[in-house]
Design a protein around this ligand. Structure first.
Ligand SMILES: Cc1ncc(COP(=O)(O)O)c(C=O)c1O
Length: 356
């Protein structure tokens, strides 16, 4: 965001720098233009042509046979689970994964158990995973193994491809499919310097969120084998996730998939600049070194909770989310420019001097 009046008027109130999440991004002008001219149909009846185009384009970008446009990434993960499991089976996943920490409430109606496996930087311990997959005795049958990259709770960490490959091989050898929560797979691919399909080849199904760094207003795509997607389409209807002239949103999703991935390296560079500056700034503030666009800031040495820091930062013009008791989460995105990073660091300095 440009702040042209900054130099000539101290009285001008600058808008807050919103580092809470990349989900705050607004649609681009090109998205609005595509939304206005998108061919539309009834997606719950005989199909919406723009939704169908998005499903094909996203599936191709992820190297999968078919795609399904859904209202949210939570629903994409849920459908992948429902379509590949039976009640009383289990989903095995890393213990800080979004699907475990924030989405496992779905178990109350899916009848599936979530078995968490401890990990490092979002990557499951392979020995513990192997133990979890042993199916003898009274253990539940494993229906699905799930991974996440980039990993939200691990400060945007990117899973090494060798790890993904090893998990996929271990699960496949037991006939268990692997789902990837790739809400931010375009960030992971950018960090690895490769196309998203090269990351998604180490899983059977993948969920891609269009409304995070890719800036679409809403929506996600689940991609995978056609049979799984056909089954997911039926579950989507049961859950009330079929929508009508949804090409209006799918048009923005097309722009997200075809264009917006190209600029994510900028967000990663700015996240690193923020982290470097915070680590130099004050001995009681320590920031993770980001691989992508998420920085966690540990304020425990200040003796104040993240919530206290968050309130003080907000007064200084920066929105950052408390992440657990002693951390803050800062996420860079399309609306954060270099000047915003400088201002954010200044705000942190002011708050550190007051609180620490
Ligand atoms: C890794 C990950 N998966 C899934 C989701 C859920 O996305 P949605 O809000 O679109 O349901 C999020 C949201 O933050 C996420 O970070």
């Amino acid at each position: 965001m440009a702040h042209q009046n900054e130099t000539n008027s101290a009285a001008v109130e600058l808008p807050p720098i919103d580092l809470r999440s990349d989900t705050v991004t607004k649609p681009t002008e090109a998205m609005y233009a595509r939304m206005a001219s998108a061919p539309l149909g009834d997606d719950g009846l005989d199909g919406d042509p723009t939704a169908r185009e998005l499903e094909a384009v996203a599936a191709a970008a992820l190297g999968k046979e078919a795609g399904l446009f859904v209202p949210s990434c939570t629903m994409a993960n849920l459908l992948a689970t429902l379509a590949q499991s039976e009640r009383s089976e289990q989903v095995v996943l890393e213990s800080a994964a979004h699907m475990y920490v924030s989405e496992r409430g779905a178990a109350t109606f899916t009848g599936l158990f979530h078995l968490p496996v401890a990990g490092t930087a979002g990557a499951m311990d392979l020995n513990l995973l192997e133990d979890a997959l042993q199916g003898e005795g009274l253990k539940l049958k494993t229906a699905l193994v799930a991974m996440e990259t980039s990993h939200n709770n691990a400060s945007g960490a990117v899973l090494p491809l060798e790890h993904m490959q090893a998990v996929h091989a271990m699960a496949s050898s037991r006939g268990v499919p692997v789902h990837l929560d790739g809400a931010r797979i375009f960030n992971a691919a950018t960090a690895l310097g490769m196309a998203p399909d090269q990351v998604a080849r180490h899983c059977d199904t993948v969920a891609l969120c269009l409304s995070k760094g890719l800036s679409a207003p809403a929506g996600a795509v689940l991609a995978g084998p056609r049979a799984v997607i056909d089954r997911s389409r039926r579950f989507r209807r049961m859950l009330g996730g079929s929508q009508r002239q949804i090409g209006v949103l799918a048009a923005a999703g097309l722009e997200a998939v075809q264009v917006m991935g190209q600029r994510l390296a900028e967000d990663h560079r700015r996240a690193r600049a923020l982290s470097d500056a915070l680590n130099k700034m004050h001995p009681e503030v320590s920031a993770t070194i980001p691989q992508t666009n998420i920085v966690q800031v540990d304020v425990s040495l200040s003796g104040r909770d993240g919530a206290v820091w968050s309130a003080a930062l907000e007064k200084a013009g920066v929105k950052a989310r408390p992440w657990g008791k002693q951390r803050l989460r800062c996420v860079t995105h399309r609306h954060i420019d270099d000047a915003d990073i400088d201002r954010a660091v200044m705000a942190f300095r002011v708050v550190a001097e007051t609180l620490a």
